[in-house]
Design a protein around this ligand. Structure first.
Ligand SMILES: [Zn+2]
Length: 138
């Protein structure tokens, strides 16, 4: 059963991102001019202002850049302890996410290898696959 999550921000570009997530494909927009990966999804490139892009599939690999463990519950959907981790993706962008519920954040360390996994989630737009990262091989 899908876990209720805070409502996603939804615009035409985010909608395309979530359509790929439906197929468990983590993709980001790649600028058609300067080739920079655009995250979060947006109408124009923040480097060269081009509106051209394609959706680049990512490797699902990265490493811990930073993290925090919340010991107080702020959202009913995220009981404490609740880690939030900034993952530097192998392709460069920084992806901030939660972790699967079995991870309390105790094992996180600087530059720890991380890998993509998916959580069953639901909000007012319906059920969806939420991309998150966990320690590689765990
Ligand atoms: Zn660009």
């Amino acid at each position: 059963m899908a876990t209720q999550r805070p409502v996603r921000v939804m615009d035409p570009f985010a909608r395309e991102f979530w359509e790929y997530a439906e197929k468990k494909e983590l993709r980001m927009q790649k600028c058609g001019e300067c080739k920079k990966l655009r995250w979060p999804a947006a109408a124009v490139c923040d480097k060269c202002l081009s509106s051209e892009y394609s959706w680049e599939q990512l490797s699902g690999k990265g490493q811990v850049l930073s993290w925090i463990v919340f010991h107080r519950q702020y959202f009913p959907e995220y009981p404490a302890p609740h880690p939030a981790v900034a993952v530097e993706l192998a392709e460069g962008p920084i992806f901030v996410c939660c972790m699967p519920p079995e991870f309390e954040g105790k094992d996180l360390a600087d530059a720890l290898p991380m890998e993509l996994t998916w959580l069953d989630a639901e909000d007012r737009f319906g059920e969806y696959n939420l991309p998150v990262f966990k320690p590689a091989g765990k």
